[in-house]
Design a protein around this ligand. Structure first.
Ligand code: NAP
Length: 296
């Protein structure tokens, strides 16, 4: 019999990931801070139970999955008043899929272990289309035993599941990956601006880059959005800034510079200042356009 799952956080990613757990046949209870979203979810998935608090969701579950934004929020929904840990049985497994950085993951894991609840950090990459079709890449940190227990849940939401190491290591891998992705996106934006300023056909430029050594996931995913100034949110710019910042904190703690990511942090910060925090991070093109003195 599969384990009963509580899913906390039905945002862009969480709603799609929870839908895949329901589709895979898990007995599911969901909770979301804004109740209307949870109600909309349950209207689409009549077999899914609705909880009024994280504690209520955890009370009847064996595994608790969290997908909120940052470490403070994960701490609140797991360990706060009405948090999942107040009602979860000893032996419950928590799987946090939010991107919170390794330090938060480890300290939350320590607080949970005092209640005989184990934590696996399992941040994801792939954005909403891959969350939708269950093909996320998931990088997990935690004990071998906890990872094996989490695996069926993770496999229902992702395609490539990697056990990166002990608790927190999934987070380290994730924030490094995202710092590279954000930096790639900024580089693609500047490349497009050079092309535009030079008067070259941007269709030709992107076609050749896509087939050659200039190819990247960011070219594929964000070049069109930047050219059309279409910032429909797949991944909020504010969240990308959080991830780059978390990566830089790790680099600083480890004594390893990441100069390009530091530059990307400043570009994202400037985009935040222009009011693009809730937009897709493709909106960083606005900052690059201002610097180049031209629009795509
Ligand atoms: P989102 O759409 O903004 O959803 C955030 C979720 O967190 C919502 O359910 C929100 O509830 C909840 N939340 C916010 N503040 C809360 C609080 N104080 N207490 C309880 N719940 C709270 O974000 P998302 O895109 O799904 O991202 C979720 C996580 O996945 C982030 O860590 C992000 O960095 C990471 N991630 C995102 C992507 C992507 O492409 N979008 C890809 C990989 C990883 P409400 O509905 O009440 O606001």
């Amino acid at each position: 019999m599969s384990e009963r799952v509580a899913f906390l956080g039905l945002g862009i990613m969480g709603s799609r990931m929870a839908a895949n757990l329901a589709r895979a046949g898990f007995e599911l209870t969901v909770w979301n801070r804004t109740e209307a979203k949870a109600q909309a979810f349950s209207a689409e998935h009549p077999d899914v139970k609705l909880a009024r608090t994280p504690a209520q969701a955890a009370a009847g579950s064996d595994i608790v999955v969290t997908m909120v934004v940052d470490g403070d929020q994960v701490r609140e929904v797991l360990l706060g008043e009405d948090g999942a840990a107040t009602a979860a049985r000893p032996g419950t497994l928590c799987i946090d899929c939010s991107t919170v950085g390794p330090m938060a993951a480890r300290s939350i894991g320590e607080a949970l272990s005092a209640r005989r609840i184990e934590l696996v950090d399992a941040p994801v990459t792939g954005s909403s289309p891959k969350a939708q079709d269950g093909t996320l890449t998931i990088m997990a940190g935690g004990s071998d035993q906890a990872f094996q227990r989490a695996r069926p849940v993770l496999e229902a939401m992702g395609r490539l599941i990697v056990h990166a190491g002990p608790l927190g290591d999934g987070q380290i891998v994730k924030v490094i990956n995202n710092a590279v992705a954000a930096t790639n996106a900024a580089v693609v934006g500047e490349a497009l601006l050079v092309g535009a300023r030079a008067g070259v056909d941007l269709d030709a430029l992107t076609e050749v880059m896509g087939a050659g050594s200039g190819a990247s996931a960011m070219l594929e995913l964000k070049a069109r959005a930047m050219r059309e100034h279409d910032y429909t949110t797949l991944f909020k710019l504010e969240h990308m800034l959080k991830d780059v910042r978390l990566c830089l904190e790790q680099g600083q703690a480890a004594g390893a510079p990441f100069q390009f990511a530091a530059l990307t942090r400043e570009i994202l910060t400037a985009a935040m200042g222009r009011g693009h925090g809730d937009d897709d991070f493709a909106a960083l093109i606005e900052v690059l356009e201002a610097a180049a003195g031209t629009k795509l």
